[in-house]
Design a protein around this ligand. Structure first.
Ligand code: NAD
Ligand code: 0WE
Length: 274
């Protein structure tokens, strides 16, 4: 018996085999869940359908999360196949590329801010509104993916940091909305992982190295590790856990400076000694 056997899960955010949502689907399938998927646009349709088939799922519905009509359509189609939903996974984030490059105040525009918050934060609320009637009184769980750039600054994450801060606050308010209906709402804050959403980000390699060096675990984390925490949070093992953000980052978020950070040779201290 898997931790999720008998549960029906809708997974939003599979784009490739590297997607965190892909690893979550793999782990949910392993734990006995029945799966349904959405995909962003026609370009991804065939790819996601093939992946779904490998988990014995034939439910794949197009959904650009910026459209209320497309979101409503997902749940009207799902209602034809399922009598209810136990789990909603939101693994979606986007800001226009030019927002994630350089000085925050210079890079941020009104339209970029709007898009980042719409796609990365409001879309979780919009999906939850429509999922809610199908999730009543069945120990349901909603889950989203966030990043520590919501709490502390780093170069280039820029307006995504604000959008993730909004998303994390949404988790708490949503948990209050649906708690009495037996639905829990949580997030996983993942350390950096090489996915499509990380491709094209300046200095991502350097960032992975800095993360590994500073993290108490002294390495980066994998999408599979994120997925296993997702299994826990969406399972009945976590029946008392709601409105929480769980870090799966090797402990990085707790460490201001590591011994490795002291090994930098290019400092004034060393210059003075020389
Ligand atoms: P990914 O590119 O595989 O996934 C992002 C998904 O967002 C894709 O499936 C894409 O289709 C979807 N998406 C974007 N705009 C959309 C729209 N308008 N409508 C519908 N779908 C849309 O990358 P990922 O790293 O797996 O990202 C998943 C989540 O994990 C994101 O919320 C991201 O912020 C978060 N996260 C990623 C990392 C990392 O380092 N990769 C770390 C922490 C959190
Ligand atoms: O949330 C993210 C990535 C979000 C993201 C990525 C892109 C790249 C392509 C949102 N929008 C876009 N738009 C594009 O056009 N992460 C947590 C991964 C990530 O992105 C960073 C990071 C990390 C970590 C950007 C700068 C610094 C660190």
């Amino acid at each position: 018996m898997g931790l999720l056997s008998g549960k029906k899960a809708l997974i939003v955010g599979v784009a490739s085999k590297l997607s965190i949502a892909y690893a979550i689907a793999e782990a949910f399938h392993r734990e006995g869940a029945e799966l349904a998927f959405t995909y962003q646009g026609e370009k991804l349709g065939e790819r996601v359908k093939k992946m779904a088939a490998q988990w014995n799922s034939d439910i794949c519905i197009p959904c650009n999360v910026s459209s209320d009509e497309e979101i409503a359509n997902v749940f009207s189609e799902l209602k034809e196949k399922w009598d209810g939903i136990d789990i909603l996974v939101h693994s979606v984030g986007f800001a226009p590329g030019e927002e994630l490059d350089g000085d925050y105040l210079t890079a941020t525009s009104r339209e970029g801010f709007r898009i980042a918050h719409d796609i990365s934060a409001y879309s979780f609320v919009a999906l939850a509104k429509e999922a809610r009637p199908m999730m009543q009184d069945r120990n349901g769980a909603m889950l989203t993916l966030t990043y520590h750039g919501s709490q502390q600054t780093l170069p280039n994450y820029n307006v995504m940091g604000l959008a993730k801060a909004s998303l994390e606050a949404a988790v708490r308010y949503m948990a209050g909305s649906v708690g009495a209906e037996g639905i829990r709402v949580n997030s996983v804050s993942a350390g950096p992982i090489r996915t499509l959403a990380a491709s094209g980000i300046k200095n991502f390699r350097k960032m992975l190295k800095k993360n590994a060096d500073r993290a108490p675990l002294k390495r980066n984390i994998t999408a599979e590790e994120v997925a296993n925490t997702a299994v826990f949070l969406c399972s009945d093992m976590a029946s008392g856990v709601t409105a929480q953000n769980i870090y799966v980052d090797g402990g990085f978020n707790t460490c201001a400076m590591s011994a490795e950070d002291m090994e930098d040779n290019d400092t004034k201290d060393n210059d003075a000694k020389a």
